[in-house]
Design a protein around this ligand. Structure first.
Ligand code: AMP
Ligand code: GLY
Length: 426
């Protein structure tokens, strides 16, 4: 275990854009000596050491961390958290940023999350758990259209159906077995990421992602097609209000249950006429919001996450954040979010200052060329004096990338989108 002044080494677990962004920000922290990533991707390989491991195998991840002698393990995705990988790492006496399996149920079970929110008095959509068709039908009729039906368990972004069609809602409920059916929340969405050691909690700047695949929010839901921060339309005081009305009571309830939540609490919010309402909790950094938020962080991320992982957050001030804006635009592969075309060779020109390219779904082919290997392939991230500036720089760099099968939304963080949100809020 390092003392406050010795540089630490960190193992980041995961292979997507979020993990690339986390590893990059951790690597830039002067308090960090070296970064390892497991399994990582060609982007992380350019500055960190990648290691092969089955990230769902807690014993294997803990053994790798012990072998590398790292001071901190940071777990990116939800599946290993829900599988108890953070418990396994801590079980070997290694500090880990990421909640226990018991606490990760805030993401792993929608029904559990709703119960915690109800017990803690957290503002969220009214809901019912349904396990049989008749129960589902009754709940749909209680709340009316638009219908919101959520699979109870982890579903990799495919568990939620929002529809005006009662048949579609019923079919989704039947397909999922156990579902949460809830009231529709009307209002723009925002993501608030909170770093916590279980007791002390500090927010990162709020961001927004674009979930639909097409311009104007048309087409199917995706893992996220872009993101930006800050949110100029967010009413002043919203972050403080959400910390007081959502985060503090939730963390207190989790402590009372004997399963304190330590790690990253992702609060997905809808800004409704009645005020902020929780749409969902996640137990990890969000993607692609993380890519846009971290470049604004002026506090070293490695030391910050180490403090959260060791119960020492109260000894540190709130993280410092630059006044700059940041925009991340996803380059996805043709066919996404259905069946993305893979194996397309990608040419990446050098990025100008203030612009960087995060790898989300890339690989090297047998000739060592960078190729597409996933649905979301790259995230082009740019900082700027304001959103318009950052956005222009991100799109200018996208135009220089050679990726025949790639596409991006053209309206990420556009003024028209921001104006539309502001108008909705009145
Ligand atoms: P979730 O996985 O719970 O975040 O849901 C995915 C997406 O479905 C959210 O980002 C929202 O766009 C939408 N959604 C979820 N719950 C609701 C709700 N109660 N009202 C309106 N939209 C919702
Ligand atoms: N940005 C959505 C998510 O990470 O779940």
């Amino acid at each position: 275990m390092s003392s406050g002044s010795d540089p630490i080494t960190v193992l980041v677990v995961g292979s997507g854009g979020r993990e690339h962004a986390l590893a990059l920000a951790i690597d830039q922290d002067p308090a960090v000596a070296a970064v390892h990533v497991a399994p990582g991707n060609p982007g992380t390989a350019s500055f960190a050491t990648n290691h092969r491991v089955d990230i769902l195998d807690g014993t294997a991840v803990a053994a790798l961390a012990a072998e590398l002698g790292v001071d901190l393990v940071v777990i990116g995705p939800e599946a290993p958290l829900v599988a108890g990988v953070a418990d396994a790492v801590r079980g070997r006496g290694i500090a880990c940023f990421g909640p226990s399996a018991a606490a990760a149920r805030l993401e792993g079970s929608k029904a559990f999350a709703k119960r915690v929110m109800a017990d803690a008095g957290v503002p969220t959509a009214r809901s019912r758990v349904a396990t049989a068709p008749a129960q589902a039908a009754a709940a749909l009729d209680e709340f009316g259209a638009p219908y919101v039906v959520k699979a109870d368990g982890l579903a990799a972004g495919k568990g939620v159906v929002v529809t005006d069609d009662r048949r579609t809602a019923l079919d989704h409920a039947a397909e999922c077995g156990r579902v949460v059916i809830e009231e529709y929340l009307d209002g723009p969405e925002a993501s608030l990421f909170v770093i916590t050691d279980g007791t002390t909690a500090v927010p990162l700047p709020p961001a927004q992602d674009f979930k639909r695949v097409g311009d104007g929010d048309e087409g199917p839901n995706t893992g996220g097609m872009g993101s930006y921060t800050p949110l100029p339309w967010l009413p002043a005081g919203t972050v403080e209000q959400v910390m007081a009305e959502v985060v503090e009571p939730t963390l207190a309830r989790m402590r009372t249950l004997g399963t304190p939540f330590a790690g990253l609490l992702y609060v997905g919010l809808a800004l409704t006429e009645a005020g902020p309402r929780v749409v969902e909790f996640n137990a990890r950094f969000g993607d692609p919001e993380t890519e846009a938020i971290l470049p604004r962080l002026r506090t070293g991320l490695g030391a910050l996450l180490h403090a959260a992982a060791t119960g020492a957050l109260a000894d540190r001030g709130a993280p410092e954040v630059s006044a700059e804006a940041c925009v991340g635009v996803v380059l996805a592969a043709r066919g996404y979010p259905g069946s993305p075309v893979k194996g397309c060779v990608i040419g990446l020109p050098p990025a100008p200052d203030g612009v960087h390219v995060i790898h989300a779904g890339t690989a090297l082919d047998d000739r060592g060329r960078l190729v597409s290997a996933g649905g979301r392939v790259l995230v082009v991230v740019a900082t700027g004096a304001d959103i318009a500036d950052a956005r222009e720089r991100a799109y200018a760099h996208i135009a220089r990338i050679d990726f025949t099968d790639g596409f991006a939304r053209s309206d990420i963080a556009s003024q028209a989108r921001l104006d539309a949100i502001a108008a909705r809020l009145g």
